[in-house]
Design a protein around this ligand. Structure first.
Ligand code: SF4
Length: 180
């Protein structure tokens, strides 16, 4: 094993940042982990684009064009890509919008919703276009591992990451595997 640190990139797509918070819930073990890793592009750093990385952690499903761009960038730059949490794995709670027509959702929120004072659907070209549905990440790119839970428990992150740092396959204990 070399002294070179393992590079980890993380992203939140159509997520709530809860998976990132659960990762940070490893508390003081983060200091230990930090001796072996360095963060690349992540909400925890100021790096704007995913550079070459060993491991990518993706929270959230894919709900807009920018999510697709970020996810593809991660796949192109991460040797191992992990779908973290229910949203990334199956769309999660945000995928409940898949039961409704996108136009109807936009009209309800921006035109007819409670408290709307200036009814108009935002159309600035800077805004990423919403997709017709919310998609699991594996419908857009190849995924190497899935870490279930909403969010996955903190220890499950360690059980996923520590073996990978040693080049081994992860094994998540049964009591750390859940979908809620
Ligand atoms: S899986 Fe749960 S905690 Fe993670 S981003 Fe989705 S809603 Fe948030």
């Amino acid at each position: 094993m070399t002294d070179q640190k393992i590079r980890i990139a993380t992203a939140s797509l159509a997520g709530c940042f809860g998976c990132h918070m659960s990762f940070l819930d490893i508390d003081e073990k983060l200091v230990q982990l930090n001796e072996r890793i360095e963060f690349n592009r992540s909400p925890l750093t100021d790096i704007k684009h995913c550079g070459p990385s060993d491991i990518g952690l993706i929270e959230g499903g894919v709900c807009n064009a920018d999510n697709v761009r970020v996810l593809r960038e991660f796949r192109a730059n991460c040797k191992v890509l992990i779908a973290v949490g229910a949203c990334a794995i199956n769309g999660g709670v945000p995928a409940m919008r898949n039961y409704f027509d996108l136009r109807e959702c936009l009209e309800e929120v921006y035109l007819h919703g409670t408290g709307v004072t200036n009814p108009q659907i935002p159309d600035d070209a800077e805004l990423p276009l919403l997709l017709d549905k919310v998609y699991p990440v594996q419908e857009v790119v190849r995924i190497d591992y899935f870490l279930p839970g909403c969010p996955p428990p903190a220890d499950a992150f360690l059980q996923m990451l520590m073996p990978l740092l040693d080049g081994k396959a992860p094994h998540i204990a049964n009591n750390q595997l859940h979908y809620d």
